[in-house]
Design a binder for this molecule. Structure first.
Ligand code: ARG
Length: 591
C-alpha cells in the first residue's frame, strides 16, 4: 500500500472516530509537504471544519494526535494554520525500500488478454528523402510513448506508414533515370536514402532552371509551371506507375529498397523499431474502395465533375475532397485505406498517430470521416501532435539544403560525447570507449528532445544537451555510472537491509522519491507524457547527488548503515535505468 493510501485511510478513521461522521468523498486532500516546512506529506483540514466545528489549528492537531497514536507509519507532525504536516516514521521508509528492492517489475504493470490494444503510429516518412531532425523528434516521441503505454499494462503495436508512392518519388526516379548514369548505393558508397534524396534535389534544381528559362522568355510563373516538360514527365511516370507499367514499377521497387535499407540503418542507430509496417502503395486503393462504398451509403457525395467529397459542415468543418475528378486518391484517402487494413489486422481499441502539428486539421478530419465510416476508434483517435524542432543556427527546411540530416546529427552527437570525455576514456579499450560514447551521445539527444512538452516548438542545442552538469541525459547517465562504480567497489559485500536502521532526512526523502515512481509512470501513461518521466528521473538523480555529497557510503564506519546506503544507491540506479529506458535511453556501466 502506498503512503497516500495509508494516510488517507487513517484520516478517514480519525475523522469518523473524532467527529462521528465519515468525511465526504474527495474531501481528503493530501499533497507533498512544501519544501520550507518539516514533513513528508500534508493534509488540508479545511474541508473537515464543518464536522469538527473547531478552529483549523485545533482540528489539525486533533487529527495529527490521533494518527500518531493509531497509524504506525506516522512518526510526528506539526500544524501550520489549516495544514497538518506529517512526518513519516523512519522505519516505515525502511520497509518501503525493502518492498521496492523485492519487486523486479517495480512501477510496471503487467498486460493480459484483457488489456487495451493500443496502436501507436510514428515515423511515417516519405521515400524521396532521408530522415531529418523533425523525424528524430517524432521517432523518439513515438517509441517512448509506446514504452510508457506498455509499462502501464497496455498491449501496444508500434506501426509505421511509409508514403512510398506519388509524385514525390517519381521526381527522384525521373532525375535518376535522366542523370544518374546507373549510380547505386554500392557504386557510390552513399546510403540509399541519401542517394534518392540527392536525386530529389537534382530534380528540383533542373526544374527551377527550366522555370527560369520559361519566365525569361516572357511567361508568368503559372504559365511556366503549367508548361514545364520535366513536371509533365514526372506526372507521366506517376500515371504509368498507377497503370502498373513494368519498367516503372521495377525502377520504383529498386529505388525504394535502397531507401528502406537506409531508413533501417537510421532506425537501428536511434534504437527504434516497429511491429508492423504499412505501405501507402498497398493501402491507397483500399481507401478508394471505402470512399466509393461511402458514396453508395450516402456518407459521401459526388460532384458533377465526378470528384468525391465528405460534407463536414455539421461538425463545424468544411467540405473535404476524397477522390479527384479523374478518380485518383488524395492524402486523406490513403489514411482511410490504411485504417481499414490496420483494423483488419488488429482488434484496435485505441489509435494514436504521432505526427507534427502542421497536420492538426488533417487528423481532425480523419477522425470524423473514420467515425462516419463506422470505425469504433475513429471518433476518439488521438493525434499526438508535436511542434517544430530547430537548431540554434536557424530553421530546418527541406529542399533548401539546410535540413538537419538525422544520420549527420547522430554522428555529431557521438563525436561530441567522445570529445567531452577524452580523459575519462583514457584507461579503456577502444571498443568500450566507442560504446559509451554512443550511449552518451544518443542519451544527450534523446533526453533533450523528450524532456520538453511535445506541443512546444523547441530549439535543440547540441552543446547544452551534452553538458554533464545540467538537466541532461549525460547527467543522469553519470549519476548512474557513479553508483555502479560504488557498487563494484563494494563487490559482494551488500547484505540484506537491517530493520534497525533509521534513515536520515536525506535518505528518507530519497526513498519517498523512489516510492513515487509507479505513480509517475501511471501519470505519464495517462497524459501521454515522456516529459514527466524525464523530469522525475532528473529529480531523483539530483536528490541522490545531494545525499552522496552529504554522506559517506563506502567510508561509512557503521556496517549496517553502509549496507543500507549501498542498497538505497543500488535501487536508485535501478529506477533511473528503468525510467530512462522508457525514454529509449541506455545507461553506461561506467563513464
Ligand atoms: N508521410 C507523411 C509526411 O511526411 C506523414 C504521414 C503521417 N501519418 C499519417 N497516417 N498520415 O508528411
Amino acid at each position: 500500500m502506498n503512503l497516500e493510501t495509508i494516510i488517507s485511510d487513517g484520516v478517514e478513521r480519525a475523522i469518523e472516530t473524532l467527529y462521528g461522521e465519515k468525511p465526504a468523498s474527495g474531501s481528503i486532500q493530501l499533497q507533498p509537504t512544501r519544501k520550507d516546512f518539516e514533513g513528508n506529506i500534508t493534509l488540508v483540514v479545511f474541508p473537515f471544519l464543518k464536522l469538527s466545528k473547531k478552529a483549523p489549528e485545533v482540528t489539525a492537531t486533533e487529527i495529527g494526535e490521533w494518527l500518531q497514536k493509531d497509524v504506525p507509519a506516522v512518526g510526528s507532525f506539526n500544524v501550520v494554520k489549516g495544514f497538518l504536516n506529517i512526518t513519516v516514521n523512519p522505519s516505515y521508509w525502511v520497509n518501503v525500500l525493502k518492498d521496492i528492492a523485492a519487486d523486479d517489475e517495480y512501477g510496471f504493470k503487467k498486460s493480459g488478454n484483457y488489456s487495451k490494444l493500443v496502436m501507436v503510429e510514428y515515423s511515417s516518412p516519405n521515400t524521396n528523402k532521408p530522415l531529418h531532425l523533425g523525424h528524430v523528434r517524432n521517432n523518439l516521441l513515438g517509441y517512448s510513448l509506446a514504452k510508457i503505454l506498455e509499462a502501464n499494462g497496455h498491449r501496444v503495436v508500434k506501426t509505421n506508414i511509409v508514403n512510398d508512392r506519388g509524385i514525390h518519388i517519381c521526381k527522384s526516379m525521373l532525375a535518376w533515370k535522366k542523370w544518374g548514369k546507373g549510380e547505386t548505393p554500392q557504386s557510390s558508397g552513399k546510403k540509399g536514402d541519401h542517394l534518392i534524396g540527392d536525386y530529389y534535389v537534382e530534380f528540383d534544381r533542373h526544374y527551377k532552371d527550366e522555370l527560369a528559362e520559361l519566365t525569361k522568355s516572357g511567361k508568368t510563373i503559372e504559365e511556366a509551371e503549367a508548361q514545364s516538360i520535366l513536371m509533365e514527365e514526372a506526372r507521366d511516370m506517376l500515371r504509368k506507375w498507377e497503370a502498373g507499367d513494368p519498367e516503372v514499377k521495377d525502377l520504383w521497387k529498386t529505388m525504394n529498397s535502397w531507401v528502406y535499407e537506409g531508413f533501417d540503418e537510421t532506425y537501428k542507430k536511434l534504437g527504434v523499431g516497429f511491429d508492423k509496417i504499412y505501405y501507402e502503395s498497398d493501402t491507397y486503393l483500399e481507401g478508394k474502395d471505402l470512399v466509393l462504398e461511402g458514396v453508395d451509403k450516402g456518407i459521401m457525395y459526388r460532384k458533377a465533375d465526378g470528384s468525391v467529397w465528405a460534407d463536414l459542415t455539421e461538425d463545424g468543418l468544411d467540405h473535404k475532397l476524397l477522390l479527384r475528378s479523374d478518380g485518383t486518391s488524395v492524402y486523406m484517402t490513403q489514411d482511410i485505406g490504411t485504417a481499414k487494413l490496420r483494423f483488419k489486422d488488429y482488434p484496435i481499441d485505441k489509435m494514436i498517430y504521432v505526427v507534427g502539428n502542421e497536420q492538426n486539421y488533417h487528423f481532425q478530419v480523419l477522425s470524423l470521416i473514420l467515425d462516419k465510416l463506422g470505425f469504433k476508434w475513429g471518433k476518439d483517435l488521438t493525434h499526438f501532435s508535436y511542434g517544430m524542432v530547430e537548431l540554434p543556427e536557424g530553421k530546418m527546411k527541406s529542399r533548401e539544403g539546410t535540413v538537419v540530416d538525422a544520420d549527420d546529427l547522430i554522428a555529431d552527437m557521438i563525436q561530441s560525447a567522445k570529445e567531452a570525455s577524452v580523459e575519462r576514456f583514457a584507461d579503456m579499450n577502444q571498443e568500450e570507449a566507442e560504446e559509451i560514447a554512443r550511449k552518451v551521445g544518443l542519451g544527450a539527444l534523446k533526453y533533450f528532445l523528450l524532456k520538453v512538452d511535445p506541443k512546444k516548438n523547441m530549439m535543440f542545442n547540441p552543446k547544452e544537451s551534452i553538458d554533464f552538469n545540467g538537466n541532461t541525459g549525460p547527467f543522469l547517465q553519470y549519476t548512474y555510472a557513479r553508483i555502479r562504480s560504488i557498487l563494484r567497489r563494494a563487490a559482494e559485500s551488500v547484505k540484506e537491509i537491517d530493520e534497525d536502521v533509521t534513515p536520515n532526512e536525506k535518505e528518507a526523502a530519497l526513498i519517498q522519491k523512489l516510492s513515487q515512481f509507479p505513480q509517475v509512470v501511471e501519470e505519464a501513461g495517462n497524459n501521454y507524457s515522456p516529459a514527466l518521466i524525464a523530469n522525475y528521473c532528473y529529480e531523483l538523480a539530483k536528490e541522490y547527488n545531494q545525499f552522496y555529497h552529504d554522506y559517506p557510503i563506502l567510508k561509512e564506519g557503521n556496517e549496517k548503515t553502509k549496507d543500507f546506503r549501498l542498497i538505497l544507491s543500488r535501487e536508485v540506479a535501478r529506477i533511473l535505468k528503468q525510467g530512462v529506458g522508457l525514454l529509449g535511453m541506455e545507461m553506461p556501466e561506467r563513464m
